[in-house]
Design a protein around this ligand. Structure first.
Ligand SMILES: [Fe+2]
Length: 379
């Protein structure tokens, strides 16, 4: 093995029911005095933000709130967030919510100290080289179990110039502390539990089969799949099952740790389904995944047998079939046409998917025609 690879797992994770009680200690730990809470209106309606503000006040910490975060965040949200951060003279960020507010927290942190236009930080053009360590510190509090953004080092934002979901990636964007409290997910409705859970599953699965040498991430990905196999259906069917919710929250973080290795074509197909057809990110991944696995089968048969073993204990089972059955069980449709995607959108979807960087690490090389064929198969 002549190649040198870098492995890093540095985010401090405080995990478990009641982890939220460690918030003010975490703010002190990162040297923060005036945090900006980045969240969205749904999280505010759930009462979680109020709970957080009370805890901060008890520790004599005055916070400001920014909640203009679209469900698929756009560049204008980032600019508004930076203005809010500066106006309120904040010195750190607490991002609370699903993937969108968590990604926004990181993007606001970046753009509060970095002057290039956002497209200059696009991972596709090695934008990470422009990202210095001069980024305010971020604490993350996930309220869904899916994106794993709480421990991830990337933010996905739709840019104004391209209207494309763009990955901004740098170890300097990594949150300092993640407070993972599964109690915050007990009230998540079944549909959202299913879609976000399948995002976590897709992260573990795509990371495990993606190109690259990363046995540490491989191990984490397989264990994440085992937790999801044990608990996703339970979390969907019995939302108040704390053990199932804990497994899912852990698996979500594991998925994001694992995908520092890379993702694959499923995420390239999913990103345009959000920007062009408005699909939830997890739902888009869930629908596309069986078709992607059928496409990848010949290139990574051994690895997909490992996946089948992690999910069912049976290496001889077909991974695509397992995922299709799982989708059905948790109420996810098998076809894009069932969620309002139209055939005439396929050319635009295909163009954007090809521009997306995730498929570059897919185990089987992906041509533009393959992307079109995958969308058509899923119609
Ligand atoms: Fe994802």
């Amino acid at each position: 093995m002549a190649m040198i690879t870098t492995f890093s797992f540095p985010t401090k994770i405080i995990f478990g029911p009641g982890a939220l009680d460690h918030l003010s200690a975490a703010v002190h730990e990162i040297g923060g005095k005036r945090p900006l809470l980045v969240t969205d209106k749904g999280v505010i309606a759930s009462g979680i933000v109020e709970q957080i503000q009370t805890k901060l006040k008890q520790a004599n910490l005055n916070s400001a709130i920014f909640d203009e975060v679209a469900s698929n965040p756009v560049e204008a949200n980032v600019a508004a967030g930076v203005a809010c951060y500066k106006d309120a003279t904040c010195d750190c960020l607490i991002a609370v919510g699903g993937g969108s507010p968590l990604d926004m927290g990181k993007a606001i942190a970046l753009m509060s100290t970095h002057a290039w236009p956002m497209e200059q930080y696009d991972d596709k053009i090695d934008g990470w080289q422009r990202i210095t360590s001069n980024v305010p510190r971020v604490i993350t509090i996930p309220t869904t179990a899916g994106t794993g953004s709480e421990v991830g080092r990337s933010a996905v934002i739709t840019l104004k110039s391209t209207q494309r979901k763009t990955v901004i990636f740098s170890p300097n964007l990594m949150p300092r502390v993640a407070l993972c409290d599964p109690m915050l997910t007990l009230k998540l409705p079944p549909k959202l539990t299913a879609a976000t859970g399948m995002d976590a599953l897709t992260h573990c699965l795509e990371a495990y089969v993606s190109k690259g040498y990363h046995p540490m991430c491989d191990g984490i990905a397989l264990q994440g799949l085992k937790l999801i196999a044990r608990s996703l259906v339970r979390a969907v069917e019995h939302g108040e099952d704390l053990e199932a919710r804990s497994d899912m929250m852990m698996a979500a973080s594991m998925g994001a740790v694992a995908f520092q290795k890379g993702l694959g074509v499923c995420h390239s197909l999913a990103h345009p389904l959000s920007t062009i057809a408005g699909l939830h990110h997890g739902l888009a991944n869930a629908i596309m995944l069986p078709y992607v696995l059928a496409f990848n089968q010949s290139a990574v048969a051994e690895r997909l047998a490992d996946v089948a073993a992690a999910l069912t204990g049976d290496r001889t089972r077909n991974a695509a079939d397992i995922i299709s059955e799982m989708n059905k069980r948790i109420g996810i449709p098998a076809r894009l046409s069932e969620v309002g995607v139209r055939r005439e959108q396929i050319p635009a979807l295909t163009e954007q998917a090809f521009e997306d960087a995730c498929h570059l690490l897919n185990p089987r090389p992906v041509a533009k025609e393959d992307l079109r064929a995958l969308y058509e198969a899923a119609m």
